[in-house]
Design a protein around this ligand. Structure first.
Ligand code: SF4
Length: 204
């Protein structure tokens, strides 16, 4: 764990909503989207997050006070690629404030911070570090085309036995890929379907 105290981070947006994906889908959660990502997914729906320098540096104290204006119990740190930043101090402060810390990461950078839930969503454009995969509580693989099932299985074979496994259709390909995912899950029932329900119910 790094000893750096990073008490300000570039924040693209922060908002209270429902978690739309994966194991905690449907639960109220406060999202903090950090700026900075060099993973380069072609289908990325938050390309504005890539340049961390474009986003204001917000203090962790300020973020906690914003979260505390809501009834949120869970804070989801997402990006961008949040692990481009040291998150040790952030999670320490959030936990001290009584909040549950969740992260959504591609796994391409070393893990920092202390987490109640780690969602690793590997990307083909920059592979996850092998050491992060056994720490994942949830493996969420975005399915863009048919070959992605084999690619997802490669990672499923190295996560912990308790790790939840999700296949999620890439949004613009969802009409084509969702039926294939359903067939795949029926044949391989340890996988589950993750839909981006926030996009269906029109919340951020
Ligand atoms: S890792 Fe996330 S933020 Fe970065 S390019 Fe991929 S989808 Fe976009």
């Amino acid at each position: 764990m790094s000893n750096d105290i990073v008490d300000k981070l570039p924040v693209m947006e922060h908002f209270y909503t429902l978690q739309g994906e994966g194991y905690h889908q449907g639960r109220a959660a406060y999202f903090i989207r950090l700026g900075g990502c060099d993973v380069g997914c072609v289908w990325c729906d938050v390309k504005d997050s890539w340049d961390g320098g474009k986003h204001p540096l917000l203090s962790i104290d300020h973020l906690i006070s914003e979260v505390k204006k809501t009834a949120a119990e869970i804070v989801v740190i997402t990006g961008g690629e949040p692990l481009m930043h040291s998150l040790d101090h952030l999670t320490q402060q959030f936990k001290q404030a009584g909040l549950k810390t969740h992260i959504e990461t591609s796994g391409a950078y070393p893990l920092s911070g202390t987490w109640d839930w780690i969602c690793v969503s590997p990307k083909k454009f920059k592979a996850p570090l092998p050491e992060i995969l056994p720490l994942a509580n949830e493996l969420k693989t975005v399915v863009f085309n048919k070959s992605d099932f084999d690619w997802a299985e490669k990672y499923a074979s190295v996560v912990a036995a308790s790790c939840k496994l999700y296949l999620q259709p890439e949004w613009d390909n969802a009409a084509k890929m969702t039926p294939l995912i359903i067939d795949y899950i029926k044949l391989h029932p340890r996988w589950e379907l993750s839909l981006q329900i926030h996009k269906y119910i029109n919340v951020p």
